[in-house]
Write a protein that binds this ligand. Structure first.
Ligand code: GLU
Length: 432
């Protein structure tokens, strides 16, 4: 079983989507189910409705899964496992107060030492604390030996037992900490491979320590994906618009193009333009670069244009807000100069709107407009041109620029004869 474990705490970041895509691809390749685990235990940070939004985005990107689990609903297991660990003396109750711990943390900071728990409570015997009514947390006993994480992308990394620390698994209110909940859930769901962002690398030994302490001996494979950098070479953050999947979609990047780019970025792939289902045939985590991937919006735009070109006219027409094949064909002409749906709509919409004509062509356009409105229907552009040129008495650029402006609202663009081919049935709506 594989899992994608988003937190419903904000807009989906492209890094999360990349993790979701890779989990999906690997689940298909390994013929193992994929589950979605909504990590909603940090109630302060949860944002209402974000879980639904994440699931909608997964559907939009054709990421299929077997089940959705809410981490908060697993609380009974987290508590049961914590009790088990206490019983086995792998965990202990800690009565140190936050204030006491803060003093020690400050001291460590002053001495330029990393703060680690000093084991004050680790030797308390249960019978000695039975009457203690003070609030307490539960800590996992520091593992006896170091833990080596074997990562499919990063290689082997060893974490010292001292650094894994006797960390808190249950807070005073008896809700699990993130690492504990995650470790238990991965165990209960029988996860075989965890693919996630490299910001979780330091959590991994702690999560392994939890499962070791519970006597779980199935080893889970790990792949931590390198971070994504922005064009300045800094970690892509919420401040970068392009980091938000929603923003990219609103800008008019197609889901299939975004998926294509996220699979290609920082990777060695057999071809540049492909669909998610094609990538199932050759994708492998092995070819991913260990170093951070740089996000390049221009490259995404190039890929997006290629995917737009592959849409059939009906689909393209729908994407720009129309229903007819002809408008799709017309939009297709504009793909040379537009890389996103937003740019494309900005070319197509003016065609059906009130035109603003530069003063230089106002008079000629006015004349030509009257001629077009009264002209019979011409199947061929050459006949249309011959008739309207003659009837208007216009020549050269006064004819051609005026015609272009009347048809498209722009001074430049694709060949007018090509445009006519798709607009001839709409002249009454276009030239009004
Ligand atoms: N909820 C974590 C996140 O959104 C993912 C943790 C995991 O995959 O283990 O970053």
């Amino acid at each position: 079983m594989l899992r994608f474990a988003p937190s419903p705490t904000g807009d989906m970041h492209i890094g999360n989507l990349r993790v979701a895509l890779f989990n999906y691809i690997c689940s298909i390749q390994r013929k193992e189910p994929l589950i979605i685990r909504i990590e909603d235990t940090d109630t302060q940070r949860n944002i209402e409705g974000k879980d639904k939004e994440i699931l909608e985005l997964l559907a939009l990107f054709s990421i299929e899964y077997q089940d959705v689990i809410y981490q908060s609903a697993q609380l009974k297991y987290h508590r049961a496992m914590a009790i088990q660990l206490l019983h086995d003396k792998k965990a202990f109750n800690c009565f140190c107060t936050p204030a006491e711990l803060d003093v020690k943390r400050e001291l460590a900071k002053k001495n330029k030492q990393p703060f680690r728990y000093d084991e004050t409570c680790s030797h308390l015997r249960a019978e000695d604390t039975i009457d203690n009514t003070n609030p307490f947390t539960i800590r996992l006993r520091r593992p006896d030996s170091d833990i080596t994480v074997v990562d499919k992308i990063k290689g082997s990394i060893t974490f010292h037992s001292f650094d894994i620390d006797s960390f808190i698994i249950m807070r005073q209110e008896k809700y699990p900490t993130y690492n504990f909940a995650c470790a238990v859930d991965d165990m209960i769901s029988d996860i075989s491979l965890v693919i996630r962002g490299e910001d979780h690398m330091s959590n991994t030994p702690k999560q392994i320590a939890v499962r070791d302490a519970l006597g779980y001996d199935k080893s889970i494979e790990y792949a931590h994906l390198p971070i994504i950098l922005n064009h300045e070479g800094k970690k892509m953050s919420k401040r970068d618009d392009a980091s938000s999947v929603k923003w990219l979609l609103e800008e008019g990047y197609l889901p299939q193009a975004i998926a294509n780019y996220l699979i290609l970025m920082g990777n060695k792939v057999p071809k540049e333009i492909f669909t998610l289902s094609e990538s199932l045939e050759w994708f492998t985590l092995e070819t991913l670069s260990k170093s951070p991937a740089r996000f390049d919006l221009e490259k995404l735009k190039f890929i997006n244009r290629e995917h737009l070109k592959r849409l059939d006219y009906k689909e393209l027409s729908r994407y720009v807000g129309f229903a007819d094949d002809e408008i799709g064909a017309l939009a297709h002409l504009y793909l040379e100069e537009s890389g996103t749906l937003k740019e494309l709509r900005a070319k197509i919409e003016p065609i059906f709107s009130e035109k603003s004509i530069p003063s230089m062509y106002q008079e000629s356009a006015q004349t030509l407009k009257a001629v077009i409105q009264n002209a019979p229907f011409f199947e061929e552009y050459t006949d249309f041109e011959q008739h309207t040129m003659k009837a208007s008495g216009l020549k050269g650029r006064f004819y051609f620029k005026s015609l272009r402006l009347l048809l498209t609202g722009a001074e430049h663009g694709p060949e007018i004869s090509d445009i006519y081919k798709y607009l001839k049935n709409y002249l009454a709506e276009v030239v009004k």
